[in-house]
Design a binder for this molecule. Structure first.
Ligand SMILES: Cc1cc2nc3c(=O)[nH]c(=O)nc-3n(C[C@H](O)[C@H](O)[C@H](O)COP(=O)(O)OP(=O)(O)OC[C@H]3O[C@@H](n4cnc5c(N)ncnc54)[C@H](O)[C@@H]3O)c2cc1C
Length: 392
């Protein structure tokens, strides 16, 4: 069994580390203190992503992406996840279903998105439809050869940075026809209802949108009519692994800082790391991170080996659930080790502690991951979680 990482994978990791440390880290405090980044800074950030060759890492070279393997994407996301304020989001991952676009859609949407000339955001969640996508009501009514979309979408991450929205809507209001549509941001009838504030300080926002009779041509259907949920499934695998890797990176940065602080901080005549309560916290953090890293790398590698799609889905849920909950525990300990300094917003550990909370909520809550794992156990037994991959 060879667990070494090949030089090309390590090179991607090093590239992302340099980007995080030289481009993202210097923006953290400004974003935290002002609540947003100036427009010019956002533009410079976009250019820096391209200059570092980190644009479109999840898409093939032929369509303008970097053609990274899943494991390479994980290594990149781990390094980017070390940045606070979810600044990793500055490195766009054009949504996976765009791969299923027509040649014209690939030309007009996917390729420019990989190159940083366009950017997508994704609108699935509604006020009455969160975990239960069966409750989605946004409808796309046929009108000749066009569709008229009406509905409300919440938490649309990075809408302000995007120039088009991938919208999940029901064709003719029929729950059996969930479908993805490409809607340009400036389409008449598409408006922002509200810009709520969230726990984390995030560069791009998560507004609530209203679609009031927004018209699109049939050429804006992504994939096939009725394929909406199916296309979203593969995407969840990629997104859940990305979240897990971000959580890993956040935990590692906080762990390194806490370990260093525990050596330097002297109370009661000795470094606080020599108080066993602190030493044990550090030991637990080491164990948590090592376990999570092993799991995330393993499942990423297995996906590159071509494991069955359903198995990938089940294992991505395990990885997302474990990594996001692990990050919550590790970050909480890191704050505690810093004492009052761990509660100051100028401390990256304080910001990371807030940042990782949402990782137990978005792209499927922890409870929904358990529902997925539980249903796989009922259908396929314990194998998907206890077996080891061996090539066919
Ligand atoms: C910052 C942020 C950004 C987001 N970005 C996007 C985005 O870009 N696009 C988008 O479409 N959505 C986005 N979301 C929405 C996100 O995916 C949903 O918030 C999430 O899926 C949960 O849905 P909900 O908030 O409606 O909670 P609900 O589904 O109402 O859940 C409430 C609680 O009930 C629990 N629960 C629900 N069903 C079950 C069950 N069967 N068993 C056990 N417990 C259950 C949940 O786990 C949770 O604890 C974002 C959310 C946030 C907070």
């Amino acid at each position: 069994m060879d667990l070494t990482l090949p030089p090309e994978d390590l090179a991607w990791k090093a590239r992302a580390k340099t980007f995080a440390e030289t481009v993202l880290f210097p923006l953290e405090l400004e974003l935290e203190m002002n609540g947003e980044l100036p427009r010019a800074t956002k533009g410079a950030l976009r250019s820096a992503v391209v200059a570092h060759g980190l644009h479109g890492i999840n898409h093939a070279v032929e369509v303008g992406g970097q053609g990274c393997t899943q494991l390479q994407q994980t290594l990149i996301s781990e390094e980017l996840g070390k940045a606070t304020n979810a600044l990793w989001a500055a490195v766009w991952h054009p949504a996976a279903p765009l791969k299923h676009g027509t040649p014209a859609q690939i030309h007009d949407y996917l390729t420019p998105s990989c190159l940083g000339k366009r950017r997508a955001c994704v609108a699935v969640t509604e006020p009455d439809a969160g975990s239960d996508t069966g409750l989605i009501r946004t409808a796309a009514m046929h009108n000749g050869d066009r569709y008229v979309i009406s509905g409300e979408k919440w938490f649309v991450t990075s809408f302000d940075e995007a120039d088009y929205v991938i919208v999940h809507a029901l064709v003719d209001g029929d729950p059996a026809q969930p479908t993805l549509f490409l809607v340009d941001r400036d389409a008449p009838g598409l408006t922002v209802e509200r810009h709520p504030k969230f726990t984390h300080t995030y560069a791009f926002g998560h507004p609530e949108l209203r679609f009031e009779r927004v018209e699109v041509g049939a050429d804006r259907v992504l994939g096939k009519v009725g394929q909406g949920l199916d296309l979203t499934k593969d995407w969840f695998v990629e997104a859940r692994l990305q979240i897990a890797a971000n959580c890993l990176g956040a935990s590692i940065r906080a762990f390194e800082m806490a370990n260093d602080w525990a050596a330097r901080r002297v109370q009661f005549g000795t470094s606080i790391r020599h108080h066993q309560a602190i030493e044990f916290m550090l030991a637990d953090m080491a164990v948590e991170i090592m376990a999570a890293k092993s799991m995330i790398y393993r499942v990423s590698w297995e996906i590159d080996q071509g494991i069955d799609r359903k198995l990938a889905h089940a294992r991505a849920s395990v990885v997302k659930l474990h990594a996001s909950e692990m990050a919550g525990r590790v970050l909480d300990k890191a704050v505690q080790i810093f004492g009052g300094r761990g509660y100051m917003r100028e401390n990256p550990v304080e910001r990371l502690n807030r940042d990782v909370r949402v990782d137990r909520i978005w792209e499927g809550t922890s409870e929904i991951q358990r529902v997925i794992i539980g249903s796989q156990l009922a259908k396929r037994g314990t194998g998907p979680f206890t077996d080891w991959y061996s090539p066919p």
